[in-house]
Design a protein around this ligand. Structure first.
Ligand SMILES: *[C@@H]1O[C@H](CO)[C@@H](O)[C@H](O)[C@H]1NC(C)=O
Ligand SMILES: *[C@@H]1O[C@H](CO)[C@@H](O)[C@H](O)[C@H]1NC(C)=O
Ligand SMILES: *[C@@H]1O[C@H](CO)[C@@H](O)[C@H](O)[C@H]1NC(C)=O
Ligand SMILES: *[C@@H]1O[C@H](CO)[C@@H](O)[C@H](O)[C@H]1NC(C)=O
Ligand SMILES: *[C@@H]1O[C@H](CO)[C@@H](O)[C@H](O)[C@H]1NC(C)=O
Ligand SMILES: *[C@@H]1O[C@H](CO)[C@@H](O)[C@H](O)[C@H]1NC(C)=O
Ligand SMILES: *[C@@H]1O[C@H](CO)[C@@H](O)[C@H](O)[C@H]1NC(C)=O
Ligand SMILES: *[C@@H]1O[C@H](CO)[C@@H](O)[C@H](O)[C@H]1NC(C)=O
Ligand SMILES: *[C@@H]1O[C@H](CO)[C@@H](O)[C@H](O)[C@H]1NC(C)=O
Ligand SMILES: *[C@@H]1O[C@H](CO)[C@@H](O)[C@H](O)[C@H]1NC(C)=O
Length: 480
């Protein structure tokens, strides 16, 4: 009797599974009793993301990852076992008795990957859910306490509603790292981090150990080095959180209603690509890449140098006012990395008077070397900078309100000419300032002389005409 009942139940279950096969494939939650095997999928609500096993590019290795489910090419956004692939189809992802997500391959004793969290044992239920934003969240069902989430352990993709940077409560710092190659999602050479050490955080892109690109400081509405992304971008919108609990950044779609897939990816050649795709699209639209151009690479023109893009692809280095190339031979060979030096001994001039030359429309120098006071006015900023001989330059923080003060007490690194940039005030010896003034004054004097000359000649010409006319009149009179 019992046997019969069980058989009937099994039959019913099989029939149900046959008629509604999606029931199994479209689950978005992993439970202790219901692991994921190679071939199974978790699919998020609204079918935006899927989690399962995949093989990248030409590789036959198996990885656990999350990818866009309905978007073209189904790009992978997160990988669990980046550097520990499974070589066959034996993989199983499950929740173990210690509440960890664990991935096993052929060897069932040693996990290939694990979330490695330590929790107190209790009898509550642990679940892992792939949420609509593409976040795999391990949590306790009864209390909703989050134990671990994939957004806190990112791979190479920065998704909307994901945070990059430091959580001060837990000490967790979220960074992105490129894949090794398109066939290998292992940890690659490029990393994208929020530099949280300075009082004015910036996004840094590293290529190996080399600082390759920086975003510029936060100017109240966006990253100052990407002005087009700050205010006018129709798609993306960044926010910065800088407080007691965290220093982190987040981005989202400017119009969240738009049904667009969007992502920001760090690739192996030191580039950050931002792209979007609509559900009906056949491919991804690349909206742009960072670094923006040849002047955007960090320190292209060295300390106290300034980079300017020429002709779209070429670039030119100049020295900031009061500075000259450190090595003329290197500069003439178009290698400006050694930068510029002060034209005259600084210490000797400081007390005898210095002033500031305004350099307009630039990406301000690396703010990690700057002292930042959010509340100071620009006038006060100038005064503070002037009173300390080692202050080399100052500038405003906020692009809108012209408040905030950044002062540099040393090298001015990575300054470039930029449309929509800010003003930098560079300290220059007074006699040199006279030189700048003199330069402009001389030009003006020349112009005045030219005008005067023209006017004089015109007057002479007109007078001559007058005289001639009068003479003619005279003649006419005589004739008459
Ligand atoms: C868990 O449940 C077992 C019995 O099912 C019980 O003996 C144990 O005390 C419970 N532990 C906790 C922490 O509630
Ligand atoms: C997914 O998780 C992230 C991080 O906890 C959260 O910000 C986001 O709102 C979640 N998305 C959904 C659709 O629940
Ligand atoms: C999780 O909790 C909800 C209610 O809080 C309950 O309906 C559901 O069955 C639980 N899920 C599991 C797998 O325990
Ligand atoms: C990463 O950097 C190392 C050392 O700089 C280099 O040998 C290697 O080729 C680089 N790998 C890639 C994928 O660029
Ligand atoms: C920030 O400071 C920590 C600790 O001093 C250091 O390990 C890290 O490299 C620094 N980060 C940057 C971007 O300088
Ligand atoms: C944004 O657009 C407005 C008008 O279209 C333009 O005046 C402004 O310069 C733009 N700003 C940037 C930073 O591109
Ligand atoms: C990285 O992105 C840049 C800019 O889109 C592109 O030129 C380059 O080919 C990409 N590199 C790789 C390895 O995909
Ligand atoms: C700039 O571009 C123009 C036309 O595209 C070309 O004739 C000129 O030689 C270029 N100048 C430099 C300095 O490359
Ligand atoms: C540029 O000059 C620096 C020394 O200042 C040197 O180390 C570097 O190799 C040079 N780069 C090139 C491309 O010649
Ligand atoms: C000038 O500023 C530097 C760097 O902040 C500081 O070490 C030095 O004490 C200051 N000097 C004076 C005279 O305030």
């Amino acid at each position: 009797m019992i046997m019969y009942f069980t058989k009937g139940f099994l039959l019913l279950h099989t029939l149900l599974a046959f008629f509604i096969p999606q029931f199994d494939t479209l689950q978005d939650t992993l439970t202790i009793s219901n692991p994921i095997r190679d071939g199974d999928l978790l699919v998020s609500k609204r079918e935006t993301f899927a989690l399962g096993f995949f093989s990248p590019g030409e590789s036959t290795n198996r990885y656990v990852g999350i990818w866009f489910y309905k978007a073209p090419e189904q790009p992978v956004v997160w990988v669990a076992n980046r550097d520990n692939p499974i070589t066959d189809n034996s993989g199983v992802l499950s929740i173990d008795l210690h509440r960890n997500l664990v991935l096993y391959g052929e060897d069932k004793k040693q996990p290939i990957w694990s979330t490695n969290i330590v929790t107190k044992s209790n009898n509550k239920t642990t679940l892992a859910q792939l949420n609509h934003s593409g976040n795999l969240v391990l949590f306790i069902n009864e209390t909703s306490d989050v134990l671990w989430q994939s957004f806190d352990n990112p791979t190479d993709t920065f998704l909307p509603s994901m945070k990059l940077g430091l959580d001060r409560k837990t000490g967790l710092n979220r960074i992105l790292t490129s894949w090794k190659s398109k066939d290998d999602p292992g940890i690659g050479n490029c990393s994208f981090i929020l530099n949280t050490n300075s009082s004015s955080p910036e996004l840094f892109l590293y290529k190996g150990n080399t600082l390759w690109w920086r975003s510029g400081h936060w100017n109240g509405i966006g990253w100052s080095g990407i002005p087009t992304l700050s205010s006018n971008d129709s798609v993306m919108n960044f926010k910065l959180f800088n407080n007691h609990y965290e220093t982190s950044t987040i981005w989202g779609l400017r119009y969240p209603g738009a049904s667009l897939f969007s992502r920001l990816v760090v690739n192996g050649s030191g580039s950050i690509q931002r792209s979007v795709s609509a559900i009906s699209d056949q491919e991804w639209d690349i909206l742009g890449a960072l670094p923006l151009d040849r002047c955007d690479n960090y320190g292209k023109c060295g300390a106290f140098g300034m980079c300017q893009v020429q002709n779209g692809t070429e670039f030119e280095c100049t020295c900031l006012p009061g500075f000259e190339p450190r090595s003329l031979s290197e500069w003439s060979a178009r290698n400006a990395t050694s930068g510029c030096v002060k034209k005259h001994g600084r210490a000797s001039v400081c007390k005898s008077g210095e002033e500031f030359v305004k350099v307009e429309n630039v990406k301000l120098p690396d703010s990690s070397f700057a002292r930042v006071d959010e509340k100071l006015s620009l006038k006060e900023c100038e005064r503070r900078c002037l009173e300390n001989c080692s202050c080399t330059a100052y500038g405003g923080v906020d692009v809108k309100e012209e408040v905030g003060c950044m002062r540099w007490y040393g090298e001015l690194m990575d300054t470039r000419v930029l449309d929509g940039g800010q003003n930098l005030y560079v300290r220059v010896a007074a006699f040199e300032l006279d030189h700048f003034k003199g330069f402009f004054a001389k030009k003006r004097r020349q112009a005045i002389m030219v005008v005067a000359l023209v006017v004089t000649s015109l007057l002479i010409f007109l007078c001559a005409q007058c005289l001639i006319k009068r003479k003619r009149k005279g003649w006419e009179l005589e004739v008459a």
